[in-house]
Design a protein around this ligand. Structure first.
Ligand SMILES: Cc1cc2nc3c(=O)[nH]c(=O)nc-3n(C[C@H](O)[C@H](O)[C@H](O)COP(=O)(O)OP(=O)(O)OC[C@H]3O[C@@H](n4cnc5c(N)ncnc54)[C@H](O)[C@@H]3O)c2cc1C
Length: 390
């Protein structure tokens, strides 16, 4: 494993102008919302914000023009993602579709699926949920039991998805379902062909026979859902790729999910406010703590940008993507602790209320960051396997 040793380092400096434009747009949006700062991109589900962002051409940047996208280079897109997250902008309405659904449909979907879904993703007319996890299938995704059986001219779905972020607000879900193979359950025989029996389906969440039930998170917010399918019928053309290709497809989707700046910028707003509070002449403790956070941030950002380059070349850099997630989310989880140590010595300054709000949000939300997109132990296992250590 070389970790891009032979690849020239990608450089975002030429896109400073775009960065300034996005910052100006975000300043306008904060003014429109009448706020000084956003707290928490992930809880921010704002279709209006996403639509205005799309009007500026900053959603669907990786989608080809013939499918209604903007066909921009990966570095331009990366700059926009960084600015949105660094600003704490409310990105939840369009993020999933833009990050992983669009590339999935582009790569594995039929021409009809591309022509219908991609332009609607680029305008943010439709929002997507992820239907991977199940009550007994999280880290071990191949244990998925939700079944899709061929009936007449389509498929019949039965099963339960869980932890589906924003499914109560989204329009569509991509659900990983079992179309063959075995789960390994007692009574189902040997767990052979667990991967080969999985397929992905496009599910219209507005169907009245789908039950979407709330699950409240640690902070008391309704973000997660349980989504139950009971004899839910869908047309034949809603399968993505061929029956049995779901595992390979979902793995490529996870590389997008694990490597982007959303895996290390979730607590960036807090770091910025700490720098502000510490001022131009920070004491030794604040300088050391902030310096350590920023050094880690710089290293993981560099790796994340190189992974983005590999994805753009059509590669599936799963090991490197897993490493970004592991290193990035560890940094995010360490930030509130560092903040507490700094604030014990450093007065919070004139933005004390915002600092407190950011810190409270991060304390409640960072524990989940090493779970979403795959639990830490599992992600570390992927890195170890990629390095030939297991
Ligand atoms: C904020 C957030 C948003 C999410 N959004 C979505 C979503 O939109 N759609 C979706 O489908 N899912 C979503 N999830 C679910 C997420 O993908 C799962 O929580 C994750 O895959 C872990 O699965 P689990 O919760 O079932 O935990 P488990 O897999 O049961 O793991 C529990 C513990 O056991 C450990 N463990 C499990 N297997 C091993 C092993 N082989 N070796 C060592 N340790 C192991 C884990 O590391 C973990 O600490 C979200 C989760 C969070 C926190």
């Amino acid at each position: 494993m070389q970790f891009f040793a032979d690849t020239p380092l990608l450089d975002l400096a030429p896109y400073a102008g775009l960065r300034t434009e996005v910052r100006a747009f975000l300043a306008e949006e904060r003014e429109r919302a009448g706020i000084d700062s956003w707290v928490g991109s992930w809880e921010g589900f704002d279709r209006g914000f996403s639509a205005r962002l799309a009007e500026r051409g900053w959603v669907g940047m990786a989608i080809p023009q013939r499918y209604g996208g903007h066909e921009k280079g990966l570095l331009e897109r990366y700059v926009v993602l960084e600015e949105l997250l660094a600003g704490g902008a409310p990105v939840a309405a369009h993020w999933i579709a833009d990050r992983q659904t669009a590339p999935l449909i582009l790569r594995f979907g039929t021409e009809e699926q591309r022509a219908w879904f991609l332009p609607r993703i680029a305008t943010t007319e439709i929002c997507f949920a992820i239907g991977m996890s199940e009550p007994d299938s999280g880290s071990d995704l191949a244990a998925a039991r939700t079944r899709a059986e061929p009936v007449g001219n389509g498929w019949r779905i039965n099963g339960t998805k869980v932890w589906s972020s924003n499914a109560h607000r989204d329009d569509w879900m991509i659900a990983l379902c079992r179309t063959g193979g075995r789960t390994g359950d007692p009574g189902e025989g040997r767990p052979d062909d667990r991967h080969g029996g999985l397929s992905q389906f496009l599910i219209d969440l507005s169907a009245p026979d789908i039950a979407i039930r709330p699950i409240h998170n640690l902070a008391g917010d309704h973000h997660f859902n349980e989504v139950v399918f009971e004899d839910h019928d869908i047309p034949a053309d809603r399968i993505i790729g061929n029956p049995g290709d779901g595992w390979r497809q979902v793995m490529s989707e996870l590389a997008f999910e694990r490597s982007a700046p959303d895996r290390f910028l979730s607590t960036f707003r807090l770091i910025v406010e700490l720098v502000r509070a510490a001022g131009p002449e920070p004491d030794r403790l604040a300088a050391g703590e902030i310096g350590a956070l920023v050094a880690r941030l710089a290293a993981v950002r560099l790796l994340s940008i190189q992974v983005a380059g590999a994805l753009d070349r059509g590669e599936t850099p799963n090991t490197e993507a897993a490493l970004v997630k592991e290193v990035g989310t560890a940094l995010e989880q360490d930030t509130p602790e560092a903040a507490r140590r700094i604030l014990a010595e450093t007065p919070p300054g004139d933005r004390a209320a915002l600092l407190e709000e950011l810190l409270a949000y991060d304390v409640l939300h960072t524990p989940s960051f090493t779970l979403r997109g795959g639990a830490r132990e599992v992600v570390r296992g992927i890195v170890a396997r990629g390095l030939g250590l297991r």
